[in-house]
Ligand binder design. Structure first.
Ligand SMILES: [Zn+2]
Length: 464
């Protein structure tokens, strides 16, 4: 069914790198066809008191981790660290059934949609049942997660994770047996089955994801990288999130993680290194040479005590950046966008560290582009600027929201990125179709009440 062309007329339109008052966004068949004066003979939709901006993209996340929000914010005996948090996360992961996972993922994706996110990269490593046996349908859990995103209305790139071991020379711990696979070919076979299963849905795509240099031996990373390149799929890995990741890689391979990836042929324009916090100058140069990207997840990284992504040095080396809501401790990608800059201000005792120059809105635009276009590029998806020919994935902002009140064309983006929040996001459109309208699920999508009830029931089961 072809939807008729429509012209959306907000007070302010942010499209193709410009913000203009009085411009229309013209959408036809799920694609932006023009931004400017509305053509004659097209249905007009006036969005009074609103601004339209490109929808956000979260390039890295784990939907099931929504289940532990608010449940790990205390000091364990001794010291609370990333590693003690991981124990709590594993304990939750160990108990989830397929229905629980579906309910938790729907809540996670619903919250992302409400926060203006149109596209998610799901770094999916829950494959087996709690005893470590494959399900009768080996793709049971992956299909639940993809299904949850589609019921909510989001685009999803399922980054199918391979997980082989607990660390160098260590078998999987019992808490990791649900992630287990016997061979890198298992992920490729799963990918082919899933691609067939969702072939009719253009909003579902895939990528390969050797979990990390800790969880995959070198041979697996080499094979999976070659497969991703051959199939033109994104390749995502967790890289240097904690100093211990770097120390273990140096001890096993005699090189830090990024240089190991380069040696394995795993650094290229399709590669996204997630986190890349503890990286040296040689590694940053290698990322830049290869055209590989980095996905920063600042709200999670500060929650876990990981450190600060050196976004200034990465951007200076030409490394494309993206953002991820990752652990979902907070779901507000605008907060991740500003944290990318604000964490550096605290560390460097300076302001506007990432400002490329070019006017009062230039830094805000750079951060918004990372949150929109950057995330989509990391997932192999076009768009993110609402330029003609791009997918019509856009968010409608309420200009009466106290966080945005008074914004004009010249400062809308900076106001949104530095002082706005997801509370200002009123509607979300994906491929030209409404997903959120007036801060509620649009008709035809999984309804708010059912998402909440199913989520509460799943959480009650997990806590029992
Ligand atoms: Zn992660």
């Amino acid at each position: 069914v072809r939807v008729a062309a429509r012209a959306y007329l907000p007070d302010l339109l942010c499209a193709g790198d410009a913000v203009n008052a009085g411009d229309a966004l013209v959408v036809d068949g799920g694609v932006v066809v023009a931004a400017g004066a509305p053509p004659a003979g097209v249905e007009r939709v006036r969005l009074a008191g609103a601004a339209v901006v490109p929808a956000l993209a979260s390039a890295h996340g784990h939907a099931f981790q929504r289940a532990i929000r608010g449940r790990t914010e205390w000091r364990a005996a001794g010291r609370s660290t990333f590693w003690t948090w991981r124990e709590a996360m594993y304990a939750a992961a160990a108990r989830l059934g397929p229905e629980d996972l579906g309910a938790i993922a729907r809540m996670a994706f619903h919250e992302l949609a409400r926060a203006g996110v149109a596209a998610v990269g799901e770094f999916h490593y829950l494959h087996r049942d709690p005893a470590g046996r494959p399900y009768g349908d080996p793709d049971e859990l992956a299909a639940r997660v993809v299904g949850a995103a589609r019921e909510v209305g989001l685009r999803i790139a399922l980054l199918r994770v391979s997980y082989a071991r607990g660390g160098a020379g260590e078998p999987l711990a019992p808490a990791q047996r649900r992630f287990a696979e016997d061979d890198p070919g298992d992920a490729v076979a799963a990918l082919e089955r899933l691609a067939g299963r969702f072939a009719a849905d253009p909003l579902v795509s895939f990528g390969l994801a050797p979990h990390s240099v800790r969880a995959c031996p070198a041979g697996w990373i080499r094979d999976l990288a070659a497969e991703a390149r051959r199939r033109r799929l994104p390749l995502h890995l967790h890289v240097s999130e904690q100093p211990r990741d770097v120390e273990a890689c140096l001890a096993e391979h005699g090189a830090p993680p990024v240089l190991l990836l380069e040696r394995l042929g795993a650094l290229g324009p399709g590669t996204t290194a997630v986190h890349a916090i503890h990286v040296g100058a040689g590694e940053i140069a290698a990322l830049g040479r290869a055209g590989a990207g980095v996905c920063a997840c600042p709200t999670t990284e500060r929650s876990l005590g990981d450190g600060i992504v050196p976004a200034d040095r990465l951007l200076a080396a030409g490394v494309p950046l993206s953002l991820g809501a990752d652990s979902l401790v907070q779901v507000d990608l605008l907060e991740d966008a500003r944290a990318l800059e604000l964490h550096l201000r605290l560390a460097r005792l300076e302001r506007a560290v990432l400002d490329p120059g070019g006017g009062e809105d230039a830094l805000g635009r750079r951060l918004l582009a990372i949150a929109c276009r950057g995330g989509r590029a990391a997932l192999g998806l076009p768009g993110g600027a609402l330029a003609p020919g791009e997918p019509a994935d856009f968010a409608v902002l309420d200009l009466d929201d106290p966080g945005l009140a008074g914004a004009t064309a010249s400062d809308l983006v900076s106001t949104l990125v530095f002082g706005g929040s997801r509370a200002a996001i009123r509607d979300l459109y994906v491929a030209g179709e409404p997903v959120v309208l007036d801060r509620r699920a649009a008709p035809g999508r999984a309804p708010d009440e059912r998402i909440r009830a199913d989520f509460r029931a799943a959480m009650a089961r997990l806590r029992a």
